[in-house]
Design a protein around this ligand. Sequence first.
Ligand SMILES: *Cc1c(COP(=O)(O)O)cnc(C)c1O
Length: 355
Amino acid sequence: MSRFLKKQYQNLEPYTPGEQPKNQKLIKLNTNENPFGPSPRAAAVISSGEVSKLMLYPDPEASELTTAIAQYYNLEKEQVAVGNGSDEILAFSFMAYASEGSNIWFPDPSYGFYKVYADIYRSKAGPIPLTEDLRIDPKKYKNLNGTILIANPNAPTGIALNLNDIEDIIASNSSNLVIIDEAYIDFGAKSCVPFLQKYDNLLVIQTFSKSRSLAGARVGFAMGSKELISDLNRIKFSFNPYNLNRLSISAAAAAIRDEAYFQQTRQTIIKTRETFTKQLKELGFTVLPSSANFVFAKSSRLSGEEYFHGLRERNILVRYFGKEPISDYVRITIGREEDMEQLIFATKELLGKGN
Ligand SMILES: *Cc1c(COP(=O)(O)O)cnc(C)c1O
């Protein structure tokens, strides 16, 4: 730390991203990437012609992409804003709505970035503990004072809220903005985008990183009323108008137009998740009911830490958080079927069950 860093940042605890190992031999199931890769149509638009256009700035409005997203969700183009990953959209939302010293309520545990953004934008983080069985209790989110931010499905549990509960939260907080982070929505939960017709205090955030397999392209987006979206764009144009690069705009637009590939890959992941969950349970694991592309699981015989290290020694990387109340658990991304078979094989070895 230099002596020039602002005082307010000196105690900031940055987000810890999951490891991105250089070792290609590892089976990487730690950061919820999608093993199938982006739609072939996304690759097809990155032609050498497009690459040579990198001499030009991209469209600051990313119109090709906002139009494609709006079409997909039956919204108007002015109801969509894009960001460099949904992380940037979250940051814009904090800048726009979480005033210094005001409350921002979110579940705990949830996506680790929420606390970091609350700290950097100096809003008052109000973590709301999950129930004992690691669920979000919707009753705790009624009539709050401040902004509400909920990941649905939640991370790292994978458990989704149903739409009635979400609607009750939105309706009972008509003076508050409710932000729903739907990073994992395409793996089995229902999106609350249709509520945008009815409520002007709802902002929905999604990403191309998980279900569209474009984590490396960094594309996220928000959907809301035209007024909310214009707020986010006001921040974006005051911060980084060219936040999405040309190649990512084209690739993401091509990806969201390829419905067949999307359906096929997400269904495969859902099916693999169900088979894998059953196998883990047969080995004595508790597996939370997941609507995401990962499962959160704990063994009756191995501690979370032992399991994490045992898998790592067998070249399988999962995510271990090592904090209460989730220190017994590991989070396992759903990869290809053969990846999950390897993991089951390694787990049997660790449990001393041979094959
Ligand atoms: C992965 C994830 C994000 C971030 O996604 P990017 O678009 O890659 O920045 C946001 N929220 C949750 C809950 C996530 O799991």
